[in-house]
Every structure is written in C-alpha cells, then in structure tokens.
Ligand binder design. Structure first.
Ligand code: F6P
Length: 361
C-alpha cells in the first residue's frame, strides 16, 4: 500500500526549513510514498489547505530561506476561529483522516514538539524534526537554523568592531535566542565579544562596567557587548524568584516583554557608568533570513531523509534527533515541554572566560 504523508512547518521561520522539506519529500517519493504539504502550519491543517509535493515542487528549494509552505504560530488546541479561541483538534483529526494520511511530519521548535505530542495523544501518527535558530530543543545535539544564525550574528559582530574601535565606543548588540543563550554565547565567542550576557547567567551591570573600565585602562577604550534577547539582570532574576509560585511564570513573561527596552537600558547604564559612548544594534530577524549554511543543509537533509525512513518502517510518535553522526528517534514525551538552556559550566562558557570574556557575574 502507498503511504501518504503530510508535511507542515510551524513556529518562526528558519534557514534550513526548505532543505528539510526537500529531504523528507525526496526520500519519501523515492520510497514510493505520496506527499502533500499543509500551508501555514497547523492553521492550514485545520483549514485543509494543501499543496501536492512532487519532484517539481521539491527541486530548487535546498538553498531557499524561509518555508515554501508558509508557517504560523497557531496551536491546534487554541485557535482563533470566528473571533473565539477554540480547540480545533477534532477538526484536525478529521482532516488527517479524510486526507488518508499515514503520518504527519511537523517541522518546528519547542512549541511544535508540544503540539505534535497533543496530536499523537489524539491518535495521529506524527514524526517531527527539530527546527529553530535558538538551538533550545531538548534531546538533540542541535537544531537546523542555528548554524546559519550563528554565522549571521558572528559576521554582524565582526562588522560592529569597526565603529567600536574607530569611535572608542561600547557597541551593545542584541541577539535572538528566546529564553536560551546559545546564539548569543556562540556568536559572542566567535565574534570576540568582550561581554556576553545570557539568560542563564543573570548579569550585574556594575560587573560589566568594571570589565569595560579595565579594558579602557589597558588601552582599549572600546567594547562589544553581546546581549541575548532573553538576558535578565540580577535584580529582575531575584524579583522573579521572590514572586509567589502562582505568578512566577507571569513575572518571567513580563521580564521577557521588555526585551528591546532592556538592551537599550543596558547601553544607557554602561554609558553613564563608564563615560564611553554606547550604541545599540538589534539584529532581529536578520538572523533568520536568507540561504542556509552548508552545515544546516546537511543537518536538514540528514534529519529529513531519516524521518522518511522511519515513516516507511512504521515508526511514529518521535522527533528525529541529531546525536553525533547519527540520527536517533526520540519519543515526543521526552522532548515536549523541555527547553535546552546553556549549562552555566558549559565548555563554551569556560572557554570564553579563559579568554577574558565577562558574563556580568
Ligand atoms: O524562535 C525563533 C525566534 O526567532 C526567537 O529567537 C525570537 O525570540 C522569536 O522567534 C521571534 O518571534 P517572531 O518571529 O514571532 O517575532
């Protein structure tokens, strides 16, 4: 019997999504399967908006940024329909059945893993791939999108050194990563940032200012400060920890809301504490744009083709994880709801400290 699979991309766009669609699709066609794509994530699945994926649609997309299917941040159990938030799981299950699907392939980050688990629990065969520039999906060495974003952020830091040393300035650059510091940590090391602030190590602005003063006294009156968008100060961290358990999550979300304000505030604080001019660059969605790196193309192809083989073998309910040179199926129950953050004693942190990088602590 020919197996029928549906593919969707969900959450923030990311370099490598089209490479992954191509990997799943081409391998599935080679295994004599029928492949359709659903538009715009779980919204398109709920509205049954599909597109046939044959070799023609899968050619020429390896190098494309974004996703040819479109994406959204919609959740099956909380969708805005007719002006009301509704649980549309049953409609999605009905569409899955009426499309005669044998498996749904979901390409996405942490939120997508949770949504896929819910659909597994509703009785669907699902297989997921770990996608995000944040590299914060649990149980996998890495996610496709991360390597490309790392390169973009690193090049940005390289370029920002010019204005820093020409004008004897502090350049504060905000780097994405949501609640994890992997992207800021990696780009900060690769770009030679003097300070790296990540969510996992709450920062004391005075420690940062002292590090910059020390550089100034040693004849380097300029500094690059890489700030993860989710970085928080010691004061904010203590306020969150002191909050009653019932509202701790709300406090943490509130702390997230002031992302951009925080980076600008860090620059203003450092300017007044050090006497050096400070300027802010927020890299934003540049980090998600354009063609994927070679590493992300290879990773997306490895994971995508492995997914097709698992489906062929009837192995469902898993995320295809990268473990060294292998791709390993991990049950969604072990992935969903977890966020892979930077261990404070991670080798990258230790190495950065050994070259004199300040972490605000
Ligand atoms: O998860 C990827 C990511 O780029 C995060 O780093 C960032 O916080 C978020 O998406 C931005 O979301 P949006 O694309 O909805 O602005």
């Amino acid at each position: 019997m020919t197996k029928h699979i549906g593919i969707l991309t969900s959450g923030g766009d990311s370099p490598g999504l089209n490479a992954a669609i191509r990997g799943v699709g081409k391998a599935a066609l080679d295994l004599k399967m029928h492949v359709v794509g659903f538009r715009d994530g779980f919204r398109g699945l709920m509205e049954n908006r599909t597109t046939l994926l044959e070799s023609g649609q899968l050619s020429g997309i390896l190098t494309l940024g974004g996703t040819i299917l479109g994406t959204s941040r919609e959740k099956p159990h909380k969708m805005m329909v007719g002006g009301k938030v509704r649980d549309m799981t049953e409609v999605i299950v009905a569409n899955y059945r009426s499309s005669h699907l044998d498996c749904l392939v979901c390409l996405g980050g942490g939120g997508t893993q949770k949504n896929a688990l819910r659909l597994k629990q509703a009785g669907l065969n699902v297989v997921t791939l770990p996608k995000t520039i944040d590299n914060d999906v649990a149980m996998t060495d890495t996610t496709f999108g991360f390597d490309t974003a790392l390169g973009i952020a690193t090049e940005a830091i390289d370029r920002l050194h010019s204005t820093a040393h020409s004008h004897h300035r502090i350049i504060v650059v905000e780097i994405m990563g949501h609640r994890a510091g992997w992207l800021a940590l990696g780009a900060g090391i690769a770009g030679g940032a003097d300070v790296i602030l990540i969510p996992e190590i709450p920062y004391d602005i005075k420690s940062v200012a002292n590090a910059i003063h020390k550089r100034k006294r040693s004849g380097k009156p300029f500094s690059i400060v890489a700030v993860a968008e989710g970085a928080i100060s010691v004061e904010e961290y203590q306020e969150i920890q002191a909050a009653p358990a019932a509202i701790k999550g709300k406090k943490a979300e509130a702390a997230e809301i002031v992302y951009a304000d925080r980076t600008i505030r860090v620059a203003q604080q450092l300017e007044s504490l050090t006497g050096l001019e400070a300027r802010v660059t927020i890299l934003g969605h540049l980090q998600r744009g354009g063609t994927p790196s070679a590493a992300d193309r290879i990773l997306a192809t490895r994971l995508g083709t492995a997914a097709a083989q698992l489906i062929h073998d009837g192995h469902y309910g898993v995320m295809v994880a990268a473990h060294g040179e292998n791709t390993v199926p991990v049950v969604l129950e072990d992935v969903a709801g977890l966020v892979k953050t930077v261990p404070v004693d991670h080798s990258w942190v230790e190495s950065a400290r050994r070259v004199g990088t300040n972490f605000g602590d």
